[in-house]
Design a protein around this ligand. Structure first.
Ligand SMILES: C[S@@+](CC[C@H](N)C(=O)[O-])C[C@H]1O[C@@H](n2cnc3c(N)ncnc32)[C@H](O)[C@@H]1O
Length: 212
């Protein structure tokens, strides 16, 4: 499988990423549009979802990614494998969720993963980080009661900031003891997670649930 070469980071605040995305026609996207939906934010090359879609054929999987060539490539691999429960969309997740999900069958969105989002280390770039309070509010609106959000990062301050933003929203409660999770509860690791573990570096993980 040849990999397309792309820029490592793009600035989500740049003008060209402010275009609003059209709602999806879910009947055309998935063979079973009413199946539970797992959303992966910042899907990159999409390998995590590709494996998940094979393991859980009764779920639908949606990957959102701001680097368009990766999305084109991931959808090509999906087609080659004939997976009808997997789709990738090129968008800026910070301005697209509401439009994207306005047509979503009721009670579909059940699981969200945000894994190793770009850290944007400098304070003056903090607004470029994916988990902004507005994103948390939108997820609270569309997730079912009892829906799950799984967060992980290799940068502790990013993990802490993500956790604070979910903990500060009244719709979410953190699961577990409040310590970082020792294990990934999902059956597939992301590319970034495997790289981090192979370097012997820590991974900071947390689970949140929407109130029932
Ligand atoms: C460090 S990579 C991690 C990829 C994958 N989740 C993993 O764990 O291997 C973060 C990904 O999020 C994407 N991303 C960053 N900001 C985004 C945004 N506002 N909307 C959509 N995708 C975004 C980046 O382009 C990049 O592919």
């Amino acid at each position: 499988m040849a990999f397309v070469r792309v820029r490592q980071h793009v600035n989500p605040l740049a003008q060209k990423y402010q275009t609003l995305i059209d709602p999806l026609d879910w009947e055309k996207v998935y063979a079973k549009p009413k199946a539970p939906l797992h959303l992966d934010i910042g899907a990159a090359r999409g390998r995590f979802l590709l494996s998940m879609a094979k393991i859980e054929p009764d779920w639908n999987f949606l990957g959102l990614e701001i680097r368009e060539p990766l999305v084109v490539e991931a959808n090509k691999w999906r087609d080659e494998l004939g997976l009808t429960n997997l789709h990738y969309v090129f968008c800026n997740v910070n301005n697209s969720l509401r439009s994207l999900f306005s047509s979503l069958p009721k009670a579909s969105l059940q699981r969200v993963t945000i894994q190793f989002p770009d850290p944007w280390f400098k304070n003056r770039h903090a607004k470029r980080r994916v988990v902004q309070p507005e994103l948390v509010t939108e997820l609270a609106e569309f997730l079912i009661p009892g829906g799950i959000v799984f967060l992980q990062s290799d940068i502790e301050f990013v993990a802490l900031e993500m956790c604070d933003r979910f903990a500060n929203h009244p719709a979410f409660q953190r699961l577990g003891t409040g310590e970082w999770l020792a294990q990934n509860p999902l059956p597939v690791s992301t590319e970034r997670e495997i790289g981090t573990i192979n370097k012997g570096e820590p991974v900071y993980r947390a689970l949140f649930e929407t109130l029932r």
